[in-house]
Design a protein around this ligand. Structure first.
Ligand code: UDX
Length: 449
């Protein structure tokens, strides 16, 4: 099928590459000429495992083309995805400017029936706004005879496994009330819908809300566990045991109940905020969502509170090693990353930070620039040199096995603050390292404290 994707950001590019890989002919349109030029040369603007070879292969085969020409894009695809950004407005609601501009562009150039598919995460009611924008533009063109439908088809991909998630979706939500649209979408996704039917068809508003409900439910699970971890710390329980104890109940499940130092990324914080705004605008007090957000905010400060308890509020003259800058492993994304709150709070108290991340160093440099209280280190070991303690903010695979010798010889005193509960507290304590984590009993011997 001929497909066009407007927006070569995270969602658009992954979706386009995966559809091309399945044999569809996909045109990717973006207004950013430089980005398009780079993509044509096989340069991918984001770090995402498996994406670069997929883009390269399909670009070379001709299944994936890149262009800045909206007219070309609209002419190419019967199915047109809108996958442009929806940054939060000042009041926290999603800014639909880019989505509606694309809607207008489609209407300005279309000559036959178009299936317009909303892939961006957008508030309930956006499909109707897109429909109005297209109708208005067609009316201006005296072209109201041209048919179109607006379909909601939310994405559920996770950064770091976006290609795999897109290749093997656990569900494909299609929000439309038109039979023809449902059939087109089923045909489009047929290569990804082989063994059992993953397609769930619903009305467009339910599809839009389903996306927010999914992310907010996941954010709620995490915040709930984070609160349990804080309680566990105070009552002397082990949150790891609690996690296993509750996860074994299939109604709760093991996924997304890992406590830590708060969720970050481009989706959860933004979507919780946007749904809160929608609810508030409708006169509903979003009590659960408020609590989720509040807990997440406190959780990002939780490890720092432990640092302050240990060293006092004035950290001037002290250096801390920080492992992990990205909001989670396998990405270079630092949006809303807990590491940022940690670093900024350490700096505010006068401390220096020696940081290492396997992928996000460039991004960190871009965000914070050169500053005397930040040193980006080439290896995790060099980040430890002469630091007061090690703080772990992201659970990268390469941090998961504790290197007692490196920690002991590198740090001034062997102390770890672990925001991701990577190690067994007893084992760490036995190796002579003072260990602070989230919601697990601290086994530190008095001598270390
Ligand atoms: C999320 C959703 O998972 C995805 O379906 C949606 O399309 C976009 O938003 P993403 O933001 O890429 O994806 O990351 P995800 O792996 O879901 O993690 C989000 C955050 O939650 C991370 O900061 C992670 O560290 C945190 N998290 C996750 C926990 O703190 N505990 C957990 O148990 C799981």
């Amino acid at each position: 099928m001929n497909v066009t994707v407007f927006g070569t950001g995270y969602v658009g590019l992954v979706q386009a590459a995966v559809l091309a890989e399945a044999g569809h002919r996909v045109a990717c349109i973006d207004i950013d000429q430089e980005k398009i030029d780079r993509l044509k040369q096989g340069q991918i603007p984001i770090f995402e495992p498996g994406l670069a070879p997929l883009v390269k292969r399909n670009h070379e085969s001709g299944n994936l083309i890149f262009s800045t020409s909206a007219a070309e894009g609209v002419a190419h695809g019967d199915l047109i995805f809108i996958a442009v950004g929806t940054p939060p407005d000042e009041d926290g609601s999603a800014d639909l400017r880019y989505v509606l501009t694309v809607a207008r562009t489609i209407a300005e150039h279309m000559e036959g029936k178009k299936y317009i598919i909303n892939k961006s995460t957008v508030p309930v009611g956006t499909a109707d706004k897109v429909r109005e924008e297209v109708t208005r533009t067609l009316r201006e063109r005296n072209a109201l005879n041209l048919e179109f439908d607006v379909i909601s088809n939310p994405e559920f991909l996770k950064e770091g496994s976006a290609v795999a998630d897109c290749m093997k979706p656990d569900r494909i939500i299609i929000g439309t009330s038109e039979n023809a649209s449902e059939q087109k979408m089923r045909q489009l996704y047929a290569p990804f819908n082989r063994n059992h039917d993953k397609v769930i068809v619903m009305d467009v508003r339910s599809a839009e809300l389903a996306k927010y409900a999914a992310n907010c439910m996941l954010a709620t699970k995490i915040s709930f566990m984070n609160e349990m971890a804080v309680i566990a710390d105070k009552v002397g329980a082990d949150i790891e045991a609690v996690r296993q104890g509750i996860g074994s109940d299939p109604r709760i499940g093991y996924h997304f109940i890992y406590p830590g130092i708060g969720y970050g990324g481009s989706c959860f914080p933004k979507d919780v905020q946007a749904l809160k705004t929608t609810a508030t605008q409708l006169g509903i007090e979003p009590k659960v969502l408020n609590a989720v957000e509040e807990r997440n905010h406190s959780q990002k400060h939780y490890l720092l509170d432990k640092v302050v308890q240990r060293y006092g509020d004035d950290l001037a003259g002290k250096t801390f090693a920080l492992w992990g800058l990205a909001f989670k492993p396998n990405t270079d994304d630092m949006r809303e990353a807990p590491a940022r709150v940690l670093m900024e709070e350490l700096w505010r108290r006068g401390a220096r930070v020696q940081a290492f991340d396997p992928e996000a160093m460039e991004e960190c440099q871009r965000i914070y620039g050169a500053r005397p209280d930040l040193q980006l280190c080439g290896t995790k070991e060099s980040a430890l040199t002469n630091a007061e303690a090690l703080i772990i903010a992201t659970e990268w695979q390469q941090f998961k096995a504790i290197d007692v010798a490196a920690v002991t010889s590198g740090l001034n005193t062997p102390v770890i603050f672990d925001g991701r509960n990577l190690y067994d507290p007893l084992q760490v304590a036995e190796s002579g390292i003072e260990y602070h984590c989230v919601g697990r009993p601290e086994m530190n011997s008095g001598a270390n404290q």
